[in-house]
Design a protein around this ligand. Sequence first.
Ligand SMILES: CC(C)(COP(=O)(O)OP(=O)(O)OC[C@H]1O[C@@H](n2cnc3c(N)ncnc32)[C@H](O)[C@@H]1OP(=O)(O)O)[C@@H](O)C(=O)NCCC(=O)NCCS
Length: 181
Amino acid sequence: MQASDKKGQSGMEHRYARESKCYKTSRVFPTDVNNHNTLFGGKLMAYVDDIASIAASKHCRRSVVTASTDSVDFLHPIRPSDSVCMESYVTWTGNSSMEVFVKIIKEDLLNGERTIAATSFLTFVALDENRKPVAVPEVIPETEEEIKLHETAPHRAEMRRMRRQESKKFAGYLTVKQPWD
Ligand SMILES: CC(C)(COP(=O)(O)OP(=O)(O)OC[C@H]1O[C@@H](n2cnc3c(N)ncnc32)[C@H](O)[C@@H]1OP(=O)(O)O)[C@@H](O)C(=O)NCCC(=O)NCCS
């Protein structure tokens, strides 16, 4: 039986965190670096959104949109002699929203040393055929890391809810005028 066939007491479908897992390993090419000769942050952010959207889609098998990115925390620079390995999976779900974690591991290709170079949490929302938010399966975490991230997710979701309210309030103060208007 597939995990997607399982229904919990709530009647909701469940999927294991591992079912949404995806990985991508890239080289750092000369066109990917900044003036410090390390991986350009914008390039990494594009990778992060890309792989996280795949994890979200694998979890719910729906169209998804990025609702927000909490942060991309750049912990260590990534150099041209490193490979960049990204791992992504859904850690927690609300009703239509999914929290997706992305872990970025750099590996020095000359000596094999691996370091966590960056981490990120993003929120994706599943959409139905009318582009309206639609309920997604719950997540079953299994590994120590998955369980830790699942347990701590409600707190991050609450932080996001408050930040969204602030962002909406803030947007109300902003003008849409352009300099030439
Ligand atoms: C994200 C979006 C679909 C939410 O739609 P909405 O009509 O505001 O829907 P709701 O307020 O009912 O929110 C739906 C869910 O999204 C979550 N959500 C919405 N905005 C969020 C944000 N900024 N951060 C985290 N979660 C958010 C809500 O908490 C809710 O979660 P739940 O269903 O698990 O409780 C809508 O704001 C949108 O289309 N935004 C633009 C997305 C986009 O263009 N992304 C970039 C390209 S992919």
